[in-house]
Design a protein around this ligand. Structure first.
Ligand code: PEP
Ligand code: MG
Length: 579
């Protein structure tokens, strides 16, 4: 038995066997997977493999051109080697033959070919072959990235599996089968990284920031993931196993009781009603929104509709998808956010070039304004869906006034186009995310232009304290109650009130009871969070007077640090050890 410590980011206990997703791609499959596919699909698989070869060739040639241009001929030469490896007859013919004769998928056949070629390279750790192995992996990675656009990870996972990976990109998390996956562990990440957000959305216990965990774990080992305090226990003793089974049972029982909160009103003892809304990533999550009694969706992150696909979704497809979610909500409101890619969310199909500082780069609204036609497709789909319910539009990462002006101009163009096309639509309430200090500081100017503010504290903290939200090494600096954050929120709320617009918080910290009380005390109108977090916050609201929250919020500015503020709030709310 061995215990390792990381950061618990999604509550709960998972007990099961582990599946390790190797850093790049795995060279082995679970024993029970034999890659077999239906005979009528074999030709399609061969086509897919050929497409992957063309894709990889283009990728290599592009990289070669870029590197030659920036670093010189000599550096470009390495890619000539990659092209040679790609064109290797064995690699191509062997794979196609394997698909045909063994009746297996392209991925599976290519894995087999790769393993055979590697065997010919001699002993696994022979340093003489190190460079060639690396080259081959580079080429293979490109082929896999094409082949695996669809459901790779879902079939790699057996029942009741805990996934361990270096990181789980949104596209990987999105295809994991939530019925089989019972826990996540990643080497990097923080409470606001997308692995954490998805884990909470799927109600799966997760631990992040476990350096080198993929090297320490072996497939099939029995482990325990403690999503509360971040412990990973490898091959637990009988006694420890029993202890955790008990904690797990109690937690599930407690969660069931929290479901009962669903029908209770979210109102403080002194009569202040506070709307609690849900953050969702996938349309399927609408069931949990209902299950936990959210009063609507406060943040629908649309990125997930764009992941894992060969072509971007058309206006028609997006329209139907948004409309479907909205109709399921009946008359409840839904705030839908336009595409927020960049940062730690990438969509390879959009072929966005790699940037040195992606979080400071062509992200979110900046990206959309640089791809107007693409942006219009999404806006038109949203405006059309809006005809069928209470839909509100939210623009991410606004950092300057001009971005609002420009977006509004594009919306007007969309309206004209929709009219011309005779399509039904609605002019939507228009809000922006306050998640960059510049927008908080000019919130007086911005408030005149929009209908609501939504604080994206995940990013606001990152950009204000200059702390990468996914870097576990500096997670100690990730402080929601840092006086600078509270000041920015206070300024923005005051400006919002001055111009009569509503505010909400949709960052992860809204679901921490102590922080939620401070935010509400500062005058934030609504909170939006992972649906499963709603009952606990409702419980807090139902036992804490609004006057008390206001008093606390006034007092917090007398302190110098996040910790001091947190301790003060906790002691004054009498919440004991709850965190
Ligand atoms: C935020 O930044 O707080 C937020 C809600 O958006 P995301 O986590 O998707 O960046
Ligand atoms: Mg954000």
């Amino acid at each position: 038995m061995k215990t390792l410590k990381g950061m618990g980011v999604s509550p709960g206990i998972a007990i099961g066997h582990v599946y390790v997703i190797k850093n790049r791609f795995s060279l082995s499959y679970n024993n029970n997977y034999n890659g077999k596919i239906k005979a009528e699909n074999l030709l399609k698989e061969i086509e897919k493999f050929k497409e992957a070869l063309i894709f990889a060739e283009k990728e290599i040639i592009n990289t070669q051109k870029n590197i030659t241009k920036t670093l010189g001929e000599k550096y470009g030469e390495i890619f000539a080697m990659h092209l040679l490896l790609l064109k290797d007859k064995n690699l191509q013919e062997e794979t196609i033959k394997n698909i045909k004769e063994a009746g297996v998928s392209a991925e599976y056949a290519f894995h087999n070919t790769l393993n055979k070629i590697l065997e010919n390279f001699g002993k696994k750790d022979d340093p003489a072959f190190e460079d060639r192995r690396k080259d081959l992996f580079d080429v293979a990675e490109k082929i896999f990235s094409y082949l695996n656009r669809e459901k790779f990870y879902s079939f790699a996972v057996k029942e009741k599996t805990i996934i361990a990976a270096h990181d789980l990109s949104p596209s990987q998390t999105a295809v994991l089968n939530p019925h089989n996956t019972i826990g996540f562990i990643t080497e990097i990440g923080s409470s606001t990284s997308h692995t954490a957000i998805m884990a909470k959305a799927l109600e799966i216990p997760a631990v992040v920031g476990m350096d080198e965990i993929t090297k320490q774990l072996k497939d099939e080992q029995i482990i325990i993931v403690d999503g509360f305090n971040g412990d990973i226990i490898i091959e637990p003793s009988e006694e420890v196993l029993k202890k955790y089974e008990k904690i797990q049972k109690e937690y599930l029982e407690q969660r069931k009781n929290l479901y009962m909160m669903k029908s209770l009103v979210s109102k403080t003892p002194d009569g202040k009603k506070i709307n609690l809304l849900a953050n969702i990533e996938l349309p399927e999550e609408i069931n949990t929104v209902v299950k936990y009694g959210a009063e609507g969706v406060g943040l629908y992150r649309t990125e997930y509709l764009f992941l894992n696909r060969r072509e971007m979704p058309s206006e028609e497809e997006q329209f139907h998808s948004y409309k479907k979610v909205l109709l399921l909500l009946k008359d409840k409101p839904m705030v839908i956010r336009t595409l927020d890619i960049g940062g730690d969310k990438f969509i390879s199909e959009l072929r966005t070039p790699k940037e040195l500082n992606p979080f400071l780069g062509n992200r979110a609204i900046r990206f959309c304004l640089s791809q107007v036609e693409f942006f219009k497709t999404q806006l038109k789909a949203i405006m059309r869906a809006g005809y069928y319910g209470d839909l509100r539009l939210l623009i991410p990462m606004v950092s300057a006034f001009e971005e609002i002006k420009e977006t509004k101009k594009i919306i007007q163009e969309c309206e004209l186009e929709l009219k011309r096309e005779n399509k039904k639509f609605k002019r939507l309430s228009f809000g922006i995310m306050i998640e960059v200090p510049s927008s908080a500081l000019i919130s007086d100017i911005l408030a005149k232009e929009v209908d609501f503010f939504s604080f994206g504290t995940n990013d606001l903290i990152q950009y204000t304290i200059a702390v990468d939200r996914v870097n576990e090494k500096i997670s100690y600096l990730y402080q929601p109650l840092h006086p600078a954050i509270l000041k920015l929120i206070k300024i923005s709320v005051e400006n919002a009130k001055k111009y009569g617009i509503k505010t909400s918080v949709c960052g992860e910290c809204a679901s921490i009871p102590e922080i939620a009380c401070v935010l509400l005390g500062l005058g934030v109108d609504e909170l939006s969070m992972s649906p499963s977090m709603i009952p606990r916050i409702k419980q807090t609201i139902r036992k804490t007077g609004f006057k008390k929250m206001e008093q606390i919020a006034e007092k917090v500015f007398e302190f110098s640090t996040h910790q001091q503020i947190y301790d003060y709030v906790k002691n004054n709310l009498n919440m004991g050890g709850e965190k």
